[in-house]
Design a protein around this ligand. Structure first.
Ligand code: PRT
Ligand code: ZN
Length: 286
């Protein structure tokens, strides 16, 4: 099937659920039961491959998969020749350096001559070189946070999300070297049919993302308040204004951005709006 697009996602781990959710929100249906390694979509020319996240950039580079969903941390560390085509906004985390809490720390130069345990030797090496620090990079494959307390290394360089793992291992976060989120990666020079399918997918992903950042809003207001309320609710082209059965009143329908929501809702109420309903939007095509 040369006109099928193969999408690699993490089989099981922190990226799996959101990756599957995104594909489903794009209207692509498939059966992922039974711990399969590969499944075909039923209503879109796509195959989903379930892999370890560290292997995804390599498979995309080799063309085994056309697309992959991985953390930027993994994509950058593996340093494969792939394109990052879209940021997906989930699995946000950072790659940070931590040292024992009781250790005095005044800046990155304090790491000179120290040993740092990590599973990210490439990104750490680049960071140290950029800061003119010479430290020994101790590459280990897991349980990095325990290294200082058992005397294996002076510091760690690992993924941090809430910070509680560092805290519970007696460490403090002293440098953030990389900020990451899940991204979609694609092979270089995709064949034309797969590039066309990628374009369709990106259109759907963007519609889902825009919808998540916006809410549908309906409200009632006296006719004389309509103009001032519209200033806060410009909508897509412009809001819909319909007469209520009660004389002198209107119903106004529009879209409001999630980021402006609380600030604007207060102003809208002060301008005379009442009976305000706010509804999630599933897809939004601008
Ligand atoms: O089996 P496979 O190789 O596929 O999975 P994995 O075990 O290598 O990766 P997984 O599922 O743990 O993580 C996948 C991706 O999720 C990572 O590459 C990151 O892009 C992203 N991500 C987001 C995280 C975290 N948050 C996270 N908190 N990856 C790992 N962690 C770990 C971190 O290593 C540390 O042990 O969680 C701990 C820190 O968390 P806090 O909340 O205590 O700070
Ligand atoms: Zn992994």
């Amino acid at each position: 099937m040369t006109d099928t697009i193969r999408i690699a996602i993490q089989k099981s781990g922190r990226l799996s659920e959101d990756s599957l959710k995104l594909i489903k929100e794009c209207g692509i249906r498939f059966d992922n039961g039974g711990g399969k390694l590969k499944t075909a979509a039923t209503n879109f020319p796509a195959e989903i491959l379930f892999l370890r996240d560290d292997d995804i950039p390599g498979y995309v580079e080799d063309g085994v998969a056309h697309l992959g969903i991985v953390g930027q941390n993994v994509s950058e560390e593996t340093n494969r020749t792939v394109d990052t085509v879209h940021k997906l906004g989930f699995s946000k985390c950072r790659l940070s350096i931590g040292v024992l809490r009781e250790q005095e720390y005044n800046g990155v130069q304090d790491l000179d001559g120290k040993s740092i345990a990590t599973t990210y030797p490439r990104l750490l090496g680049e960071y140290l070189a950029a800061n003119n620090v010479t430290a020994h990079i101790h590459e280990i494959s897991g349980s990095v946070e325990i290294a200082p307390s058992i005397g294996l290394a002076d510091a760690v360089c690992d993924i941090v999300s809430s910070g509680s793992t560092l805290l519970s291992n007696g460490l403090k976060e002293v440098e953030t070297i990389f900020r990451s989120e899940a991204v979609m990666i694609a092979g270089k020079n995709l064949p034309a049919p797969q590039q066309a399918l990628l374009d369709q997918l990106l259109f759907r992903i963007k519609s889902v993302q825009v919808a998540k950042n916006n809410k549908y809003i309906l409200l009632n207001c006296p006719n004389e308040s309509v103009d001032s309320i519209i200033e806060y609710l410009p909508g897509m082209r412009s809001p819909t204004v319909l007469p209520l059965a009660q004389k002198g009143w209107s119903s106004l329908h529009s879209v409001i951005n999630e980021n402006d929501f609380w600030e604007n809702i207060e102003k809208i109420r002060q301008a005379g709006a009442e009976g305000i309903l706010v509804i999630p939007i599933e897809k939004m095509i601008l």
